[in-house]
Design a binder for this molecule. Structure first.
Ligand code: 13P
Length: 220
């Protein structure tokens, strides 16, 4: 039976934008039609999570770009999963290569954050993968304008799914969305979206432009 994974498109605004131009972008997104089988999530800078959630239509979810692993405390500059939820953001991007390269994050704390960011049920049972989306993002493709070819993305993402099958379970391998990120544009998205193991995108630069709608509609 063909897997029925929802197509997932994330727009990672990184450290870009101000209320004025993000507000205009939000207006464009709100006015556009999002296909029923596609989940769209925007990840604003931390300072604008609340702003974005208040302005964005409910058809678009909001993500934080990072979080720390504890509930609260003396951790200057950090935000907690509870604060993210309190602002009605429902996702968080963890383990981004920019966090690793610029801020020296390593696998261990990222794993701890993933456990903490998920619901209590999942903290108690880390084998529940139902709230996890994996992104394959070749570092040479991020912000460089060099998109992976559909064949390159498919090859790696198929291997990742195989890894999930061997290390977690067949069911998790079939149900977990694996998305691609790295210089996705309106021009490159359609062919990438046609690959059997490409379940969506995590988009940086192009998510700040009205053309992001073309990427949201890549599967149509
Ligand atoms: P670009 O789409 O700008 O290459 O960024 C990808 C990315 O890092 C998304 O998180």
């Amino acid at each position: 039976m063909a897997p029925s994974r929802k197509f997932f498109v994330g727009g990672n605004w990184k450290m870009n934008g101000k209320k004025q131009n993000l507000g205009e972008l939000i207006g464009t997104l709100n006015a556009a039609k999002v296909p029923a089988d596609t989940e769209v999530v925007c990840a604003p800078p931390t300072a604008y999570i609340d702003f974005a959630r208040q302005k964005l239509d409910p058809k678009i979810a909001v993500a934080a770009q990072n979080c720390y692993k504890v509930t609260n405390g003396d951790f200057t500059g950090e935000i907690s999963p509870g604060m993210i939820k309190d602002c009605r953001a429902t996702w968080v991007v963890l383990g981004h290569s920019e966090r690793r390269h610029v801020f020296g994050e390593s696998n261990e704390p990222i794993g701890q954050k993933v456990a903490r960011a998920l619901t209590k049920v999942i903290v108690d049972n880390v084998k529940d993968w139902s709230k996890v989306i994996l992104a394959y993002k070749p570092v040479w493709a991020i912000g460089t304008g060099k998109t992976a070819t559909p064949q390159q993305a498919q090859e790696v993402q198929e291997k990742l799914r195989g890894w999930l099958k061997s290390n977690v379970s067949e069911a998790v391998a079939q149900s977990t969305p694996i998305i691609y990120g790295g210089s996705v544009t309106g021009a490159t998205c359609k062919e990438l979206a046609g690959q059997p193991d490409v379940d969506g995108f995590l988009v940086g630069g192009a998510s700040l432009k009205p053309k992001f709608m073309d990427i949201i509609n890549a599967k149509q």
